[in-house]
Design a protein around this ligand. Structure first.
Ligand code: TNX
Length: 762
């Protein structure tokens, strides 16, 4: 597989390849800038570069800006543009009166002149990035189509995160990555440097962080939800020396990117504890984690040495990172060990804290004070809201948007990174051909259509939303090539949400520009995914209580053909024009054809029709966490939830029981009952303790007809109950939730999920 992250001088290559690509794509007329500028107006002129096209660099312009541009230009054209104060061909200026918004620029291209005026250095830099995206070249000529661009970002914080703990990416890879951020005008790189599976930054005072914490004994193979876990038996690790970190920070700064380091606390600390076990509540021994998830052993909040350690660590981290913000983590910190730790309990008493949540708040506030005393501000994941927000903290809202909303309402800054919309470790496609990923489903369109300013916020409160970020957790990104596959092209959608004014956003327009950029990414040897035009579907209920299937593709000029008899679709199959009813059990197969050529993978969906399809279902408890809250049709739509539980079919009950009654409309013979149960203890998904089916003719008196108490499979457990035929109108299914996850199990003490789908009656 091609490895994007191999080369150091990527930035130069990006541009030169880009020029090469534009050459190859001479037929591409569309101006494909991503993110879409605030205003862009074509004028029917063309600027043609020549050896004598001089660049006049206005006062105060950083020479880096120009060096980058000139390097790319030289690579392509074979000559440098002369730099000359009195040149008239290309003019670069900074003029904050003319361009009011920070990071903004104006770019004007006419037959005679290209001029870029930036509000500031970054503005000039971004103007040059846009110019680069507009360059067209052929063998002899270098041209740019005439236009006027007026541009500035919507948000001042445009972030991308990368987790280097679960998998380690070398400096080359990181620099290559930074080049791509710059190309798409992302200005913040959140570098997740420490976690349970490895500590990745050299701290001279604590040499064991390098020799012990930077390594784990082995790594899980496959997905965490698989059981039993299987390991590769290979020691894995690495870390960045302080010299390397300095070089990366400088590299990023030259490209107008701020790096915010994250040093996780008080949770996700196993790697650190493995070297310094005295910092944990029990004293260990501890080992860096070899699989993914949340671990009970965290920094002891009652031990003074924990704070000394973290402060000493930060004392070495701060000089490396000039950023105003330091990320201190704060997420997913189980309180299990604190509850029974005498030191933590003493701290709670001495500090008059209410509970362990307030202890977490004490921890964060104390570290915040320390960082403030060094002139820095903290950012933390939304759990830092628990037990009260530290005074100047910025909240990174990941579990949902609520954290960001709550922070903004308390007049704290917030950055939106809700996992449901912008997690790049999630699946981008539901096709079975997708490589292993973390879970979830955040297709390109979902990211693109995410709006960071939620309706709950007043105009004043909305000002506290500083921006948006996509997160790249690397559990299932073992190599740079795999990371690319997950990150591209979705990162470009993030870039556009972060930069482009809401009113200028348009998914169809984005896709058009993306097609141009995809060619470029390919030429750059970037392993960008190409699944966004594949068929997506939606199911609805027709007036006659039938299941309706709608199919969609965004591939221009294409058609969808489909079959319902299990055969592979061809151009002779039925052409899709509008949603259709599913009238028999079987498999719908569909494919996109562009002319005579099939595009992408074949779509397949199995339908299982039964007597309860489209019938009314009443739920006693409501499903939670995005598992179909609000509508019960998915339980009786003939489609079974998939084993990745990311297809929107599953109903999830958090700590609560399942109790559903389906009304068949009239009394009839019932002889088959069924339901699917999802069991993944490694994902907190537990089988019911007892599952029963009851039937009733009148909806008042129910007779139990089936009972099951064991569900052995890890994954989907189909329940098929053949019962003695009975006359019934109502069927009630009950499943008792496991409740609290028992000791010794993964995330003991948390509420168990009960996931079910399709309530089958025949
Ligand atoms: C939650 S997002 C985490 C990470 C995992 C991620 C996987 C956050 C603050 N914590 O530790 O890598 O889920 O999606």
């Amino acid at each position: 597989m091609i490895n994007l992250f191999n080369s150091r001088k990527l930035f130069v290559k990006v541009i030169c390849l880009m020029l090469f690509v534009t050459q190859a794509q001479a037929q591409v007329k569309e101006q494909g800038i991503i993110p879409q500028p605030f205003k862009i107006q074509k004028n029917n002129t063309v600027f043609t570069f020549s050896r004598s096209s001089g660049i006049a660099v206005g006062n105060g312009i950083d020479s880096d800006n120009l060096t980058f541009f000139n390097q790319y230009f030289h690579q392509l054209a074979g000559y440098n543009l002369p730099i000359n104060k009195t040149a008239t061909a290309i003019k670069l200026n900074i003029d904050s009166a003319n361009v009011e918004q920070p990071e903004g620029y104006k770019l004007s291209v006419t037959a005679k002149q290209i001029s870029i005026t930036g509000h500031d250095q970054a503005g000039v830099f971004y103007g040059l990035q846009s110019l680069v995206q507009l360059l067209h070249a052929d063998a002899r000529k270098m041209t740019v189509e005439g236009c006027v661009v007026e541009d500035h970002p919507r948000f001042s914080y445009r972030g991308m995160h990368l987790d280097v703990s679960r998998h380690f990416f070398k400096v080359d890879a990181i620099e290559k990555w930074i080049d791509l951020l710059a190309l798409y005008k992302i200005n913040t790189f959140h570098w997740h440097l420490t976690d349970d599976q490895g500590w990745r930054i050299e701290i001279k005072k604590y040499p064991l962080l390098q020799s012990i914490s930077a390594y784990r004994d082995e790594t899980i193979i496959g997905h965490k939800r698989d059981s039993p876990h299987v390991f590769d038996g290979k020691r894995y690790g690495g870390y960045y020396t302080q010299e390397e970190v300095k070089a990366v920070v400088k590299y990023a700064m030259e490209r107008h990117i701020t790096i915010i380091p994250e040093i996780e606390m008080p949770g996700h600390a196993l790697a650190a504890l493995s070297a310094y076990p005295q910092l944990g509540c029990t004293g260990g021994p501890y080992k860096a984690a070899t699989f993914w998830g949340i671990f009970d052993d965290v920094y002891c909040a009652g031990n003074e040495e924990t704070f000394t350690f973290l402060q000493n660590v930060l004392d070495e981290v701060l000089p490396l990172f000039p950023s105003k913000y330091i990320h201190i983590g704060g997420d997913e910190c189980p309180k299990t060990k604190w509850k029974t730790c005498p030191k933590c309990q003493k701290r709670i008493k001495d500090e008059h804290l209410k509970d362990e949540h307030e202890l977490q708040s004490y921890f964060i506030s104390r570290m915040e004070k320390y960082l403030n005393s060094k002139g820095r501000q903290i950012i933390g994941w939304d759990e830092i809201l628990e037990g009260g927000l530290a005074p100047g903290a910025t909240v990174m809202s990941w579990t949902g948007e609520e954290g960001g909303i709550a922070a903004a309402k308390q007049h704290h800054d917030a950055i939106m990174t809700p996992e449901k919309y912008v997690y790049l470790d999630y699946y981008q496609s539901l096709y079975s051909s997708e490589p292993l990923a973390g879970g979830g489903y955040t297709p390109l369109s979902k990211i693109y259509n995410y709006e960071p300013i939620t309706k709950e916020l007043t105009t004043d409160e909305a000002k506290y939303i500083k921006g948006v970020q996509a997160n790249a957790w690397s559990e299932y990104m073992a190599s740079p090539a795999q990371a690319e596959r997950q990150l591209f092209p979705r990162m470009l959608a993030l870039a556009e949400i972060a930069w482009t004014d809401k009113g200028n956003k348009n998914y169809a327009g984005f896709l058009k520009r993306l097609r141009y950029q995809q060619t470029l990414l390919k030429q750059l040897n970037i392993n960008s995914a190409n699944t966004f035009d594949e068929i997506t579907d939606s199911l609805s209920e027709s007036a006659g209580h039938e299941v309706q299937l709608a199919l969609n593709t965004t591939l221009p000029g294409s058609n969808i053909y489909y079959t319902t008899d299990g055969s592979a679709p061809t151009l002779k199959s039925k052409k899709y024009s509008k949603p259709f009813s599913i009238t028999a059990s079987g498999t719908v197969k569909a494919a996109v054809f562009s002319g005579a050529k099939q595009y992408g993978h074949m779509y397949e969906k199995d339908f299982h029709l039964h007597k309860a399809i489209g019938k009314s279902v009443t739920l006693t408890n409501q499903p939670k966490g995005g598992y179909n809250s609000g509508d019960a049709f998915g339980l009786v739509n003939g489609v079974f939830g998939n084993k990745l539980y990311n297809d929107g079919q599953w109903y999830g009950f958090n700590g609560e029981d399942l109790e559903a009654v389906v009304d068949l409309g009239k009394v009839q013979t019932v002889s088959q009952l069924g339901i699917n149960i999802l069991k993944y203890h490694w994902q907190k998904m537990w089988e019911p303790q007892v599952l029963t089916f009851e039937t009733s003719a009148d909806g008042k008196t129910y007779t139990e007809v089936y009972r099951q108490t064991t569900f052995n499979a890890n994954g989907i457990n189909p329940v098929h109950a053949s019962i003695k035929p009975i006359q019934a109108r109502y069927v009630r299914v009950k499943g008792t939730n496991k409740g609290i996850i028992p000791p010794g199990e993964y995330i003991a003490g948390a509420k168990a999920w009960l996931l079910v789908d399709e309530l089958i009656v025949d």
